[in-house]
Write a protein that binds this ligand. Structure first.
Ligand code: ZLS
Ligand code: CA
Ligand code: ZN
Length: 393
């Protein structure tokens, strides 16, 4: 019996495809699709499913994927044979076609199904926003921001976010894309380089030589060539290791507040990659569930239709914690859920190793040293404000 009730005055929809979790990138690969199952069962154990409209979306069709991706890439992706033994060692094979089959983007059994399901989840979310059946649509199976129109990159093969934004643009004049994954949202940024109808803003760890993908410097604001209407519409917030909840919330609100004031989006897409949490296997930040979730709360408070996507996140229990908490934020019940993870779930088995009364909000992992000075963050905000002087809607 749950005390979670439907939000008053707006609708939240949850788009979930249970077949996605059955896919495996390989034993040692950091991307674990079963983190989606963990998230879903945590959401259900709190009874949050009763407060939302729940959908099991169909896979995206070949034609739908073609809205962004090229035919030769899709044909190859759809027909390439899986590798019997996924390679685990670094692979620098320059002959990889479309960057497929290396250690970051392995060829596994059912790859095309997995990709079209992720695309289907995000497209379904976008359609519910377009027809106004939903005000906040949740797509934890999406958020694969590195995929290019003709190339796989960084665990991403199909860019479900670009597909969803293209769908939103059929009904919305201006879409704001925000990306709090620890990596730069390069694929989405590049896809909309030449339009002023989409503004992208990524917060990420930036260290061109040592951290993937190496792009997204403060001065990278979109090509400024020949009257490109998309110039100044790519905003980047490069960060160092160890940023805390307090610094991140302050930065996020100053940057996004200013962007919304100048760009005046009519819909927002928020990529919530959970690899920006403390204790992530790949990430470098120090965010807690509250700090990560505060971004969702802030964006929700703007009162615009929005899609919430997943993305990275490589410590599965923490991913599930953050995304379950953020589902609660979307519904507006985050203050009413028990901080102790419910007893009766299969899910709790996973947390027994942590403590007898595992907490939803207390994530596992050692804090990292904070290498972000207040002065540097101030400079970042200053630069963003300068960029936005060029933007007038
Ligand atoms: O944003 O850093 C790289 C590229 C390499 C170093 C790693 N080797 C394996 C390949 C060449 C330069 N790639 C990153 C990609 C990060 C993608 C993030 C996706 C997202 O969160 C959205 C979903 C990277 N970082 C860490 C690894 N790859 C990585 C770590 C551990 C392993 C195991 C499996 C494979 C090889 C050993 C692997 C990759
Ligand atoms: Ca990011
Ligand atoms: Zn990431």
């Amino acid at each position: 019996i749950s005390n979670i009730t439907r939000p008053k005055g707006y609708n939240v929809s949850f788009h979930y495809q249970p077949e996605m979790e059955k896919h495996h990138f390989g034993q040692t690969h950091p991307m674990k699709p079963w983190r989606l199952t963990l998230t879903k069962s945590l959401v259900m154990s709190y009874g949050m499913n009763f407060a939302m409209d729940n959908y099991t979306p169909r896979a995206a069709t070949y034609e739908e994927l073609r809205d962004f991706h090229t035919q030769d890439y899709l044909d190859f992706l759809a027909t390439v044979a899986p590798e019997p033994v996924p390679r685990d060692l670094d692979n620098h094979n320059p002959d990889l076609k479309f960057n497929l089959g290396g250690s970051d983007c392995p060829l596994f059994e059912g790859l095309f199904d997995y990709c079209s399901m992720s695309g289907g989840v995000s497209l379904d979310a976008a359609r519910k926003i377009c027809n106004k059946e939903s005000d906040i649509a949740i797509a934890w199976g999406g958020g694969l921001h590195h995929a290019k129109k003709s190339e796989a990159s960084g665990f991403c093969y199909i860019n479900d976010i670009v597909l969803a934004i293209l769908q939103l643009l059929r009904h919305h004049p201006r879409v704001l894309y925000i990306d709090i994954d620890v990596h730069h949202g390069d694929g989405v940024e590049e896809a909309f380089f030449s339009t002023d109808r989409v503004m992208t803003c990524s917060f990420h760890k930036y260290d061109p030589l040592n951290f993937f993908p190496g792009t997204g410097g403060l001065d990278d604001n979109g090509p400024k060539n020949e009257h490109n209407p998309g110039a100044h519409h790519a905003i980047n917030v490069p960060l160092n290791d160890g940023i805390t909840d307090e610094q991140y919330a302050w930065l996020f609100q100053s940057v996004i507040g200013k962007i919304v004031e100048k760009f005046r989006p009519t819909a927002i897409c928020l990529q919530c990659g959970a690899d920006s949490l403390a204790g992530d296997r790949i990430g470098r930040f120090n965010l807690q569930v509250q700090g990560h979730g505060a971004c969702v709360e802030y964006v929700k408070g703007l009162g615009l239709p929005m899609i919430i996507f997943g993305g990275g996140g490589y410590t599965p229990r923490n991913v599930a914690r953050a995304w379950a908490y953020e589902t609660a934020v979307a519904i507006g019940c985050q203050g009413r859920i028990d901080p102790v993870i419910p007893q009766h779930t299969v899910w709790r088995e996973h947390f027994r190793q942590e403590s007898l009364l595992p907490s939803l909000e207390q994530i596992v992992g050692e804090p990292r040293q904070n290498r972000n000075t207040q002065k540097r963050l101030q400079d970042v905000i200053q630069h963003v404000h300068e960029q936005l002087r060029f933007v007038n809607q």
